[in-house]
Design a protein around this ligand. Structure first.
Ligand SMILES: Nc1nc2c(ncn2[C@@H]2O[C@H](COP(=O)(O)OP(=O)(O)O)[C@@H](O)[C@H]2O)c(=O)[nH]1
Ligand SMILES: [Mg+2]
Length: 452
């Protein structure tokens, strides 16, 4: 028989109300043991909560949701008492004394909801994402995923794929009946349509992943260029120490900021140069490792040191060492001293932005520029939140389909195409959990918080 699980559903700590949630076949038994009877389904019942000696632990609301009309699809009981750590713990210990009960694992309530077909996998993940959302945009997008927007689009593509597989299997099994080029043509048209729907879905999912995870933007450059000043200007506080002494920053500093609701991990690093100071050398090593993991680099240059006439001059020694695969913007800082006009131009094929970290001139342009280069298309209302796992699944699906398209062109509808379509359906199904392995499920749900 399934265990009955219990966990605190409200955040730990002090609060007006604290809720224990119980799910499983023993839920009604718990109600009888603790409040003396099982309340009428979905009615708030104000009761005392008793311990095993008949002493009152707390008093509050008890709610009962009989299966299948509950979050998990099982019998669910909620005990809503006062939100104190000690009193909730007493209540939890009392519940755990009862036969067949145990503490829930992280994400176990959502996992049961998934197993009982209350949610698909993408929706279950959206619950965790909604709880973790760090901006209003991310929260709204997570809610749309939870309501099934993402899943519906995946399902539409899955349905078309299944229809196409049937068509292909028919062409293979009954070669004499429709054999012709016309069958192949119909298949090709359908395949192209699925490919284009999936590409659109992929574009939205990429935006969704951006909204969920944010990107790493690393500030790099010579000492004293103004990296830490720029970090502070963007975070709006004194995150990093700024001095006129070169080599002030010796560690890697990270801060999460938002630009119009898009999360962005800003990383300040030690100035890059040859140093003999042991601590600074370690800082520089860390700076290089942060640079290699960046999604975008901001190469900060002190414009008072680097302008030759009118033409901007790049720190070429650094340029040669920086990874060429990571997109980069050159920041010409301290224009308050050089009187150069703020704004965006270009240098040696890189976007160049003149600004002053100290006065804040040009900062807004930097924000807008970052939004653009990080691939944010303006506010897709109706967008949804997606995870890296979803992007991978979409990529694999697309690659199987593209392979299938090539096979169809060269050899017509045969077993190879059928196999590519089968694989495509399998990878797409991973998103909503149709073909998901036990291990993957375990991994996904274990990242949820307890009580969810
Ligand atoms: N005038 C002016 N000074 C700046 C500007 N940005 C930074 N500085 C100064 O340059 C020095 C080095 O700045 P800091 O942010 O520590 O540079 P980092 O070594 O690259 O992190 C400090 O004295 C800052 O006050 C700026 O935009 N204008
Ligand atoms: Mg610094």
């Amino acid at each position: 028989m399934t265990d009955t699980i219990v966990a605190q559903a409200t955040a730990p700590g002090r609060g007006g109300i604290g809720i224990l949630r119980i799910s499983g076949p023993q839920a009604t038994h718990v109600a009888r043991a603790i409040v003396g009877h099982c309340p009428k389904p979905r009615y708030a019942d104000y009761r005392r909560f008793y311990d095993d000696h008949g002493d009152v632990i707390d008093q509050g609301i008890v709610l009962f949701f009989p299966q299948p009309h509950s979050f998990t699809g099982e019998d669910v009981l909620e005990l809503q008492g006062h939100g104190g750590a000690a009193v909730l713990d007493l209540l939890l210990q009392r519940v755990l004394q009862l036969p067949g009960l145990r503490l829930a694992k992280p994400g176990e309530f959502s996992e049961r909801a998934f197993m009982n077909h209350k949610l698909d996998l993408a929706q279950a993940e959206a619950i965790a994402d909604l709880i973790d959302a760090s901006s209003q945009q991310a929260a709204r997008a997570a809610m749309r995923s939870l309501q099934g927007l993402f899943s519906q689009q995946v399902q539409l593509c899955l349905d078309s794929l299944i229809r196409l597989r049937v068509q292909v299997e028919a062409a293979i099994d009954f070669p004499d009946e429709g054999v012709d080029v016309r069958a192949d043509e119909a298949i090709a048209t359908e395949l192209v349509a699925i490919l284009s729907a999936l590409e659109q879905l992929q574009a939205s999912a990429q935006q969704g992943a951006l909204l969920r995870e944010g990107l790493q933007v690393v500030l790099a450059g010579h000492p004293n260029a103004g990296k830490s000043s720029l970090m502070n200007a963007l975070t709006g506080d004194q995150t990093a120490i700024v001095t006129a002494i070169p080599g002030t920053t010796r560690d890697v500093l990270r801060r999460l900021i938002q630009i119009d609701g898009i999360p962005l991990h800003l990383v300040d690093t030690a100035g890059l140069h040859e140093s003999t100071d042991e601590i600074e050398c370690l800082g520089i090593e860390r700076a290089w490792s942060a640079i290699k993991q960046a999604d975008h680099l901001l190469l900060v240059i002190d414009s008072t040191q680097n302008t030759v006439g009118d033409s901007p001059f790049l720190a070429t020694d650094l340029l040669q060492q920086l990874p060429t695969t990571i997109p980069m913007t050159v920041i010409y800082n301290k224009v308050d001293l050089t009187q150069e006009a703020v704004g965006l131009s270009e240098v040696q094929g890189y976007p160049l932005l003149r600004l002053s970290a100290q006065t804040g001139a040009g900062l807004e342009q930097l924000r807008q520029h970052l939004k653009t280069v990080l691939g944010w298309q303006n506010a897709p209302e109706g967008g949804f939140l997606a995870r890296r796992r979803h992007l991978t699944a979409l990529e694999q699906t697309l690659s199987h389909l593209q392979q299938g398209e090539a096979q169809l062109l060269t050899q017509g509808a045969n077993e190879l195409l059928a196999e590519s379509l089968r694989l495509a359906q399998q990878s797409l199904g991973l998103i909503t959990g149709r073909f998901t392995s036990e291990e993957l499920l375990g991994e996904i749900f274990s990242q949820f918080c307890i009580g969810k």
